[in-house]
Design a protein around this ligand. Structure first.
Ligand code: C5P
Length: 238
């Protein structure tokens, strides 16, 4: 298999074609951004940490019977995934209040949300990923009502599995973003990455953030928390 043209460069990943039309090559970059790319910095080794964490989480999910796009890693920072058409929706699950849920609704942070909250955002850098409700997504033909039902159902399955795993390693999964895509036959599967760039993870013993909030709030080197998450996942999943 050989790497082809750069198809897309996101804020933390590059996506390349391969000589197999059903397979895509993803490269994790060391770049970290906040405020939708308005703040940018390089942390060497960050791409490798995210790639390793994402690979462990995707492997765990498939071991638990959940389908996704990840096929395998080919280097410390590069992996192969199934080609999907990405649905342009970011699916956020919130188990505890934090971030925009706190600023938007004026609630206290770190309050348990029961039931968990599911939100959609339109994936658009130009528009800063605006909030989008179901009927907006359906009318704009991003997804049918049946598709949304599938997406929310898959997000709940992922949530149940990830909450259980993180609890085992004394980490609370506060909230996170997922993306979904369609295979050539129309099946909707989990795509993108699963890393502390897209999740809020809090150490249950110390209350410390182990995710990108460390960077957003200028609390130091985010790699310390990412390394800790990776180490605990490796210990729990070996
Ligand atoms: O900013 P907000 O509180 O809405 O973020 C909720 C969760 O979704 C956080 O874990 C954040 O890292 C993730 N997220 C993301 N990409 C975005 C927006 C949010 O990964 N564009």
């Amino acid at each position: 298999l050989t790497r082809g043209d750069l198809l897309y460069e996101g804020k933390a990943k590059q996506v390349f074609a391969t000589n197999d039309p059903a397979i895509i090559w993803m490269h994790y970059m060391d770049q970290v951004t906040a405020l939708n790319g308005k703040v940018k910095e390089e942390y060497s080794g960050k791409g490798e940490l995210n790639s390793s964490i994402s690979n462990l989480l995707f492997t765990y999910l498939s071991d638990q019977g959940l389908q996704h796009h990840w096929l395998g890693s080919i280097s410390a920072t590069d992996e192969l995934v199934k080609k999907v058409d990405i649905i342009p929706l970011e699916v956020v699950t919130r188990n505890y209040t934090a971030g925009h849920f706190v600023s938007r609704f004026g609630v206290e942070p770190m309050q348990k949300l029961s039931p968990r909250v599911q939100e959609l955002y339109y994936k658009s850098d130009e528009l800063d990923d605006p909030f989008m409700n179901d009927s907006q997504a359906v009318s704009l033909k991003f997804a049918s009502e049946a598709d949304l039902k599938t997406v929310y159902g898959l997000a709940d399955q992922v949530n149940e599995l990830l909450v259980a795993l993180f609890n085992k390693i004394d980490i609370t999964l506060i909230d996170y973003k997922l993306e979904f895509g369609r295979l050539a036959d129309g099946q909707i599967i989990l795509a993108d990455e699963l890393s502390p760039d897209n999740m809020r993870l809090v150490d249950q013993k110390t209350g410390k953030s182990l995710d990108k909030d460390v960077f957003r709030q200028k609390q130091g080197d985010l790699r310390v928390g990412y390394q800790d998450v990776l180490q605990r996942l490796q210990d729990a999943l070996k």
